[in-house]
Design a protein around this ligand. Structure first.
Ligand code: ATP
Ligand code: MG
Length: 420
């Protein structure tokens, strides 16, 4: 039995040693979003269950197997959001962000799915979500792909490749789907058990299966790209021409489909082979029918989501772990009498913009140990002698050198040294 002091499986603490990397990534993402004219929207973590059922699709893995759904004290069925698009669309409709406007929005935060926890797959994970509404042409698809390409480039991640496909219109997909089911039915025996169950529920995903026997059995299956409606085919060509103009390399993967029902036309994924089976870091596409489907005005839309855990794992592999943030100054009060003065000095140093950590009142040996553990660049032990006036022993821990300063001048002197 799980104990009270165990986190829920797959829901991870993000520890102080890791949050520096998270904060740097989040800051880089916010800066990038601003450069592309995307504004942040902050959405609730809980929505009505029916919103997800309707938006994501009743017969998808997420809705059938992965949602954290509960009845609250008012008797409403609510769900911890498994993804952000449904809530974002709900908010855009409810808050009237769509009428005559073409908002570009982003959000960051936790998502929840009851999946089998493993490396790169958690039950609480974090996404950056990016959505643009009201633009039907391939320009905004290309813009979002350029945005994600820039993001990877600026972070120093070069081994991530772009796969692209078009799912066509919902009608063309429906026609193709029937054709595919007729193709798969007589081959059911050759498919893995998962795919056998998918033939009628989710036939497009069979073509994407990694199991060798499934690949073998579907080698000459009809492909959706050959059944695209004319407008979608033109849209897809337009997107590819724009990506070529932008010099963004891509591969058309004709069996790329997404696990959510709402996509049409453009779908894309950025993948790496450095994270094992969980290699998709960014995934997205167009969902022109969704806004209407959940009760809003007819509004084309396109978006993508990026898994922050996977991106951070890749950053650590490719770029290495950044040094954790450390304090500039450690102040240790030597004996009870020095405690108030240590607190006051720490406050004055913070006034000057210095990052200070303070030690517990203690003896010399204890304070020296605490100073070392703090990893502060400079350390000072404040005893009666120091309080009486005169020169302080402000030591740079790595070099052993002393910074000349008195109680009065320390904040200013240290700040000048740190800025030098
Ligand atoms: P997968 O095929 O890996 O299950 P998905 O198609 O379910 O992915 P999306 O719903 O498109 O994923 O989510 C977008 C991104 O969010 C994924 O590409 C991935 O980086 C990340 N992601 C999805 N599920 C998880 C999870 N359980 N744990 C960590 N990251 C996840
Ligand atoms: Mg999934």
């Amino acid at each position: 039995m799980a104990s009270t002091i165990q986190a829920v499986r797959g829901m991870n603490d993000i520890l102080p040693a890791e949050t520096g990397a998270w904060q740097r990534l989040e800051a880089a993402l916010r800066d990038l979003m601003a450069r592309y004219g995307y504004s942040e929207i902050r959405l609730p973590i809980v929505e009505r269950t029916e919103l997800f059922a309707r938006a994501i699709g009743e017969v998808t893995d997420i809705v059938e197997k992965e949602m954290y759904t509960f009845v609250d004290r008012s008797g409403d069925s609510l769900t911890l959001r498994p993804e952000g698009t449904a809530g974002c669309v709900r908010a855009a409709i409810e808050q009237n962000l769509l009428r005559g406007q073409t908002p570009r929005l982003y959000y960051m935060g936790p998502m929840f799915r009851h999946e089998r926890p493993q490396k790169g797959r958690y039950r609480q994970f974090h996404q950056l979500g990016v959505e643009a509404f009201g633009l039907a042409g391939p320009d905004v698809d290309a813009e979002q792909i350029a945005l994600s390409a820039r993001l990877l480039r600026e972070l120093g991640l070069n081994g991530v490749t772009l796969e692209l496909n078009s799912l066509g219109s919902l009608e063309a997909r429906q026609r193709y789907r029937e054709l595919l089911v007729r193709y798969l039915e007589p081959r059911a025996e050759a498919l893995c058990p998962d795919c056998r169950a998918r033939i009628h529920r989710s036939p497009l995903r069979v073509l994407d299966c990694k199991v060798e026997s499934c690949r073998e059995a579907t080698r000459d299956a009809p492909l959706l790209v050959d059944f695209l409606d004319e407008d979608s085919a033109l849209h897809f060509e337009g997107l590819q021409a724009r990506l070529r103009a932008l010099e963004i390399p891509f591969v058309v993967n004709p069996v790329l489909v997404r696990g959510l029902d709402y996509y049409n036309r453009t779908v894309f994924e950025w993948k790496t082979d450095r994270l094992g089976a969980q290699g998709t870091v960014i995934a997205g596409g167009r969902y022109d029918g969704l806004v209407r489907q959940i009760g809003g005005p007819d509004t084309p839309a396109v978006g993508f989501a990026m898994g922050l855990e996977r991106l951070l794992a890749l950053l650590e592999l490719e770029v290495g772990q950044a040094a954790p943030e450390r304090p500039d100054l450690f102040i240790g009060p030597f004996g009870e009498a020095a405690a108030p003065a240590a607190l006051c000095l720490a406050e004055r140093a913070r006034d000057a913009g210095i990052r200070v950590s303070t030690g517990p009142v203690g003896g010399l040996k204890q304070l020296l140990k605490a100073a070392e553990r703090s990893q502060a660049r400079f350390m000072l032990i404040l005893g009666e002698q120091e309080l009486a006036g005169g020169e302080l022993q402000v030591k740079e821990q790595e070099t052993g050198e002393f910074l000349p300063a008195s109680l009065a001048t320390l904040p200013e002197r240290l700040k000048a040294k740190l800025d030098a």
